[in-house]
Design a protein around this ligand. Structure first.
Ligand SMILES: [Zn+2]
Length: 420
């Protein structure tokens, strides 16, 4: 108890001292009832809502602190009128699906603004209809039950967001066209056995498996054990995909790459954001290059053994450098329109690490000459892209591995503000 009081005092002093130079300081903390305050979900909540605040006020400066009462953020340099700010925050608290689990407080040099200043009542208890403070005072509920409500709601929300964002990432890639022999809405590209509907249906088959992999990352403490577990889940996802497509491999590479990313994201959330996503990926896959030795079971392994080709295993082992390069290229663009996505795809293809395309090409020489042709496209010129695409189709080329990288980059781009 003393520690809690000390930490509250410390926070109040921090705010007071900031207010000597700042007009407004905003504090954000998770509203976690029960005794256990420093839970993973508090960090996820803080991440989601500081993301929302920084989106609204990009100039704001964010400082994150830990305390026995759980983590909290202090924002300065927001440049907005305190009353307006409080209104914005009340709106978020009242309308966001997780709004009742956070507290935004606006501190100014003369006072702090409270909900009652805006005609709002105190917050309701999470279990009954009484005001929260009444139940706290009377100890009406089991603290563990209250904590569980927060955990369940945060978890449910995160999984929903991940599902939405995953589907969106796959579809943004799929809807891009023309696309160098890949399947699009109006063309099967170089694929006699695939079409848009088969691809789309595969997406909905595999996304639930990817969400399950996030769960494993979130709940299994040891990342190498988590990795073993998700790899067998990956096999199940492949099986379900093949069953759904009557034996056509639509997204095997994406299951692997996004599976690793989702598992690591779960582990990131489990670690209270104390590590980097890429560090977790590297840690999780630190032994994966051993699989490249011995008998070559897949084309990727063969390509490595014969040509020292960079494979999907290297991509995760080195902490997804191609995905990050694609992401930083994508970030040069304001919008996520056809131009941004197409030029990013071209950049990815230019990296020359697509074993799926190499397999189709049949030789390094042919593969490289087609890649060089695509890399020569320097501006978003749809005629040129169509011409090169026609050549790819004529040569029976396609760039499935690069498409997977693009999907992963779009996914990270879409979640980075809120969950990573
Ligand atoms: Zn109650």
């Amino acid at each position: 108890m003393e520690a809690v009081l000390n930490s509250r005092e410390k926070k109040a002093k921090q705010i007071q001292s900031l207010l000597k130079v700042e007009q407004v300081v905003v504090s954000l903390k998770a509203n976690i009832p029960g005794n256990e305050k420093d839970i993973n979900e508090a960090y996820i909540l803080l991440h989601i809502f500081s993301g929302i605040l920084l989106n609204k006020y990009p100039e704001a400066k964010l400082n994150v602190f830990n305390s026995p009462e759980g983590p909290y953020c202090l924002f300065t340099s927001i440049g907005e009128d305190p009353h307006r700010l409080k209104k914005v925050f009340i709106e978020i608290e009242e309308t966001h699906p997780l709004g009742r689990f956070i507290d935004f407080d606006v501190h100014c040099s003369d006072n702090s603004l409270s909900r009652s200043d805006f005609g709002l009542t105190n917050r309701k208890c999470l279990i009954c209809e009484k005001e929260a403070w009444v139940c706290i005072k009377e100890r009406t509920h089991n603290p563990a039950d209250l904590t569980m409500i927060v955990k369940d709601n945060v978890h449910y929300y995160v999984k929903q967001v991940l599902e939405e964002v995953l589907v969106k990432s796959f579809l943004l890639e799929l809807d891009l066209e023309p696309k160098f022999g890949l399947v699009t809405k109006s063309s099967n590209g170089s694929h006699q056995d695939m079409n848009y509907d088969i691809m789309k249906s595969s997406v909905f088959t595999i996304v639930p498996y990817l969400i399950d992999m996030y769960e494993v990352g979130y709940s299994v403490a040891d990342v190498s054990i988590a990795f073993e577990k998700v790899r067998s889940m990956g096999k199940q996802a492949e099986k379900a995909m093949l069953k759904n497509t009557n034996g056509i491999n639509t997204y095997k590479g994406a299951i692997f790459l996004l599976g690793v990313i989702l598992t690591s994201l779960g582990a990131l959330h489990q670690s209270k954001f104390s590590q980097d996503l890429t560090n977790i990926i590297q840690k999780m896959t630190s032994k994966i290059l051993n699989e490249l030795e011995g008998q070559a079971k897949t084309f990727g392994i063969k390509a490595y053994q014969e040509h020292k080709f960079y494979t999907a295993r290297h991509e995760v082992y080195y902490g997804i450098p191609s995905v990050l390069e694609a992401l930083s290229f994508l970030n040069r663009y304001q919008n996520r329109d056809q131009e941004a996505l197409m030029m990013t795809l071209i950049t990815i293809i230019s990296l020359k690490n697509d074993t799926v395309a190499l397999k189709r090409a049949g030789s390094i020489t042919k593969y490289e000459s087609i890649v060089d042709l695509i890399s020569s496209i320097k501006t978003f010129d749809i005629d040129q892209i169509s011409q090169v695409t026609n050549i790819c189709v004529k040569e029976n080329m396609s760039f499935g591995g690069s498409a997977d990288i693009l999907i992963a980059a779009i996914f990270l781009d879409l979640i980075v503000d809120h969950l990573a």
